[in-house]
Ligand binder design. Structure first.
Ligand SMILES: *Cc1c(COP(=O)(O)O)cnc(C)c1O
Length: 472
């Protein structure tokens, strides 16, 4: 299978090349040349299978000819063996025909583990086959960094450098990054905000000699392999609820649009999905775009669901590319306009195509708190603020179409955001057993100024790839 860029000016790549590249050189995002398709019978046969079996069936066509089935199976099994629930992603019933898909049973309690645990093994495998090393760099406002550190720690072929804004991530999130004791892991607190950290990572990738010297590799949510790993749980949850014989709707707490895009891909692959509901907090660029046809940047608002506090929803570019009939030049125009003026228009045809499959709701802070309280009061179930945003949007869709089961994606464990939950319910969720000692462990991190040169020097001095070169 070959992968093409949404901007049309980079050559098609193999799966492995796409995996290691992350972003295309032309600034675009990779998509497969064609989507593998499953028949209704093939999907029906997934019901009742272990998560790893479904993952193997769903992912194999995307890596065909590059990763041998036995190796893929071993990586998938190892990735999900560390989840604390045997079903990996179990469903909980919240109300008649409303369900929560628990994606937070991985090591760092957020859904990012589901993709990152597999991504790390795929990258390590690809590098070993090529006899190469790589340096993983990423900026995080919390969840991605913890998931990446947990997934890549101790792997032979990679060093990991995660930048986070000093003093601006939660205590749980910081400790998940700083208490991991592995030589190849480096948590860096930069004296700046998340946008500064992100800008620093972008600058690292734009520094071509450094990029090649260190073998820089990005693991943020635009990496295609992460999206593929996320399509799996749309299949497993639909199968539990009687899909493909009846359509299911999904409401997905959305920031960078990776998770909900995975649902759209599952639909392209043959899974009958009725509605895909984009649920955002007050950072509502997507609901505004779907309502008005104008995608326009606004300011970032800090909310109780910080993993969705974004200004640009990067993966939306992939959906736009498809909605424009894969017209890369149209996409280049839109992205140039976004860069120059902070907005672009979506014409009627593509807009109608998107509206035919997606709804979008913005959930306010007060509504998020009310949803946490209501779900606790009525169903005795604690949800974190991100999941609450999804559930709130799910209820709106359910009121319109009560016959269709709707699944809200549960993207974080309530114990990751105990303050918001205590305010809403009076109950304070406790960390699961494997993290109970998180606040007793020693922290390791470096504080660096928001200075590109200094951050580069820090990474160069510690990435094993360069120190070897420097020594020879
Ligand atoms: C990253 C994240 C999201 C948003 O997912 P996207 O793929 O960026 O849309 C939602 N909830 C939690 C808890 C997250 O960590």
């Amino acid at each position: 299978m070959k992968y093409i860029s949404t901007r049309g000016e980079s050559p098609p790549l193999s799966f492995t090349e796409t995996l290691l590249a992350g972003l295309a050189q032309d600034g675009g995002l990779y998509l497969p040349e064609a989507y593998p398709c499953f028949s209704q019978d093939e999907i029906a046969r997934l019901a009742g299978k272990p998560y790893a079996d479904v993952a193997l069936a769903v992912i194999a066509p995307f890596v065909a000819g590059e990763i041998e089935a036995g190796a893929l199976r071993r990586m998938i099994e190892a990735a999900y063996a560390g989840f604390r629930h045997p079903a990996v992603a179990p469903l909980a019933q919240i109300d008649s025909n409303i369900f929560a898909l628990e994606l937070f049973h991985g090591p760092t309690l957020a859904f990012k583990d589901v993709a990152m645990q597999l991504l790390a093994r795929l990258i390590d495998h690809a590098l070993k086959a090529r006899g190469q090393r790589a340096t993983i760099v990423g900026a995080t406002s919390g969840d991605t960094g913890a998931a990446a550190i947990e997934a890549f720690r101790g792997l032979d072929q990679v060093d990991v450098f995660i930048l986070y804004p000093h003093g601006r991530v939660s205590d749980v999130q910081r400790r998940q990054m700083t208490t991991v004791d592995a030589d190849n892991v480096h948590a860096i607190a930069i004296e700046g905000n998340f946008d500064d950290a992100q800008a620093c990572i972008k600058a690292l990738f734009n520094h071509k000699t450094l990029r090649d010297e260190l073998g820089l590799c990005g693991v943020n949510s635009i990496n295609w392999a992460r999206i593929v790993a996320q399509t799996v749980y749309y299949f497993t949850s639909a199968a539990v609820l009687g899909g493909p014989r009846r359509p299911i709707s999904f409401a997905t707490p959305t920031g960078n649009f990776g998770d909900i895009l995975a649902g759209w891909i599952a639909k392209r692959m043959g899974l009958p999905i009725e509605r895909l509901v984009i649920a955002t907090n007050s950072n509502d660029i997507l609901p505004r775009a779907l309502a008005s046809g104008t995608y326009a940047l606004g300011g970032v608002h800090a909310t109780q669901s910080p993993s969705m506090d974004i200004q640009v929803s990067s993966n939306f570019e992939r959906l736009l590319f498809e909605a424009h009939g894969r017209d890369a030049s149209a996409l280049r125009g839109k992205m140039a306009s976004l860069q120059q003026s902070g907005s672009f228009a979506i014409e009627k045809g593509p807009l109608d195509a998107i509206r035919a499959e997606f709804d979008a709701f913005s959930v306010s802070e007060a509504e998020t708190t009310q949803e946490i309280a209501r779900t606790w009061r009525e169903s005795g179930y604690l949800v974190d603020p991100h999941t609450a945003v999804g559930l709130s949007a799910a209820r709106l869709t359910h009121a319109r179409e009560p016959e269709t089961p709707i699944v809200a994606l549960g993207t974080a464990h309530p114990a990751k955001f105990p303050d918001a939950i205590e305010i809403a319910t009076g109950a304070r969720p406790r960390l699961p057993g494997h993290l109970a000692d998180l606040f007793d462990k020693e922290e390791h991190f470096s504080i660096l100024p928001n200075d590109q040169r200094e951050i580069e020097r820090f990474i160069q001095a510690r990435a094993r790839r360069t120190s070897k070169r420097a020594a020879s």
